[in-house]
Design a protein around this ligand. Structure first.
Ligand code: GDG
Length: 478
């Protein structure tokens, strides 16, 4: 038996440097999570082998494809699905990130519904299926990840009905009223695709229930709180809140190079209170709301001037999608405005980094940060908040109630990202607590993360999937 993982991205991505291609570790929650637990996955599924199918992160010219294929297979058990520039535009930047992402994050006015992009989405899902089918045997397990590959379960079951297929959605599933805004053929094809999986996983109960209610509203089916019954088939759904490699973050402080960097940063920040934020560039992360709150905080609490430093890290993402470019411009101008308004010759309130940071730079920031400010307007889980508490149990976590993480990290300072005044006041309250008080407050969350780490997540999903009986007849809904 083999385990096959399919995700849009492989754990590495190719970068062109002059005439050569080099591979770097992919950023992002999914890859971080899965890479950390591949050993455990093999153990619990009793798989002899595993393969990872995904896009290698760059348009690879045809002449180089064979070489890249062999290299990835040999070094990482990874099988690349090569996508052309046009496929990347219409599939990835198009239907995935200009249709599904805004709809699933409840930003319907940002969504475009283009038939040619949807057709490319179907074709790319077929391409992934063809790659998977080349190596899939009847007794294999296939774990499909995220909104890029929602049609893959259908294409697999049609050819190999005995393969156990699991699907995990890393982003929210929206309420029916929002999902329904997608044209009929798109929304029905998407649901039919996912419903061909044997187990469908979500981060929270709310997303799971949104999914079940949506399926019930669009098709007449039977269901209970977890299961959907169609044509004599039982499709399981369940809640698996993703987590982190707890020890990696919790023990990072002991590493000499991290310790050294934290000391250097403390010096540079002149021992001011540091409020950190780290997100991919995305309107769903509420970075603009956060900046409004920072401005309000500085206005309302002048005693913090020169005593606080906001480190805002924004990681480049989906450049080329119009809404992302607009969001970036808005963030740039707001930071300029706030710094222009409050800076003095020897102090600027916001230190802004628009770049990807290596782990050795990211973790010292977690440890340095007296507070982490998460203001997402919608966020499947938000791993940054979990990593922060693991790395810095004496820090203040200010967390949007609109993240999946708010379900797990209940002792955080919970805020609503639209309540600008409320965020400013919470920030003041959080910054006035001592490290000891925060350590006490965070204890339950630290324990929770220790017990519920990434291994627990992968184990729970794959154990439940292993217990399913493969549904042999693919579903075609009318
Ligand atoms: C999606 C969902 C869900 C970030 N910047 C750097 C960096 N990162 C790492 C973090 C963390 C991951 O990327 C980000 O994960 P998040 O969960 O916060 O957000 P998304 O990327 O939007 O992830 C999300 C997740 O999938 C998992 O299901 O939680 O809701 O949107 O691990 O550490 N890592 C490095 N440098 C950076 O600059 N090295």
């Amino acid at each position: 038996m083999k385990l096959i993982i399919a995700s849009n991205r492989l754990p590495v991505y190719a970068v062109k440097e002059g005439d050569s291609l080099i591979f770097k570790q992919s950023p992002g929650g999914l890859v971080q999570g899965l890479s950390a637990s591949i050993g455990t996955i093999l153990e619990i599924t009793e798989s002899k082998d595993y393969f990872w199918i995904g896009w290698p992160g760059e348009t690879i010219e045809e002449v180089n494809q064979e070489r890249v294929y062999e290299y990835l297979l040999k070094t990482l058990n990874a099988i690349p699905v090569f996508l052309s520039k046009e496929e990347m535009e219409k599939f990835y930047l198009g239907f995935c990130n200009s249709t599904l992402w805004p709809i699933f994050h409840s930003f319907p006015s940002f969504a475009k519904f283009k038939r040619d992009e949807f057709e490319r989405y179907i074709e790319v899902n077929k391409k992934f299926a063809e790659t998977a089918l080349k190596i899939l045997d009847d007794d294999d397990l296939l774990w499909i990840h995220d909104y890029h590959l929602m049609l893959l379960p259908s294409f697999i079951k049609k050819e190999k009905p005995n393969v156990l297929v699991g699907f995990f959605l890393h982003i929210p599933f929206p309420p029916y009223e929002i999902f329904k805004l997608m044209p009929k053929n798109m929304r029905e094809t998407i649901l039919e695709g996912v419903l061909n999986a044997d187990l469908i996983g979500f981060h929270t109960y709310q997303y799971q229930q949104n999914f079940i209610k949506t399926v019930r509203s669009i098709f007449s089916i039977e269901h209970d709180i977890k299961n959907i019954y169609i044509d004599g088939r039982r499709i399981r759904t369940d809640v698996f809140p993703i987590s982190i490699d707890f020890d990696k973050y919790n023990k990072a402080e002991e590493l000499p190079e991290i310790k050294k960097r934290v000391a250097e940063l403390k010096n540079l920040s002149h021992n001011s209170k540091v409020v950190l934020s780290i997100d991919r560039l995305d309107y769903s992360k509420g970075i603009v709301n956060r900046l409004f709150a920072v401005e309000r905080f500085l206005e309302k609490y002048p005693e913090f001037h020169k005593n606080v430093l906001f480190i805002v890290v924004v990681v480049p993402s989906r450049i080329g999608v119009e809404k992302y470019n607009e969001t970036k411009e808005y963030i740039d101008s707001l930071i300029g405005k706030i710094n222009g308004r409050f800076s003095t010759i020897d102090w600027s309130p916001i230190q802004y980094l628009f770049k990807n940071l290596p782990f050795e730079e990211l973790v010292p920031l977690y440890i340095l940060g007296d507070a982490l400010l998460v203001t997402s307007l919608a966020d499947g889980m938000n791993l940054v908040s979990k990593e922060y508490i693991a790395a810095n149990p004496k820090g203040a976590l200010i967390l949007s109630e609109l993240t999946g993480a708010a379900e797990d990290l209940r002792r955080a300072f919970i805020i609503n990202p639209n309540d600008i005044e409320g965020i400013a006041d919470t920030l003041k309250e959080a910054l006035s607590l001592s490290k000891d008080e925060l350590f006490e407050r965070n204890k339950i969350m630290v324990e929770y993360l220790k017990k519920n780490d990434i291994k627990k997540w992968t184990t729970s999903f794959l154990e439940e999937l292993s217990q399913c009986t493969p549904t042999k007849k693919p579903i075609y809904l009318d």
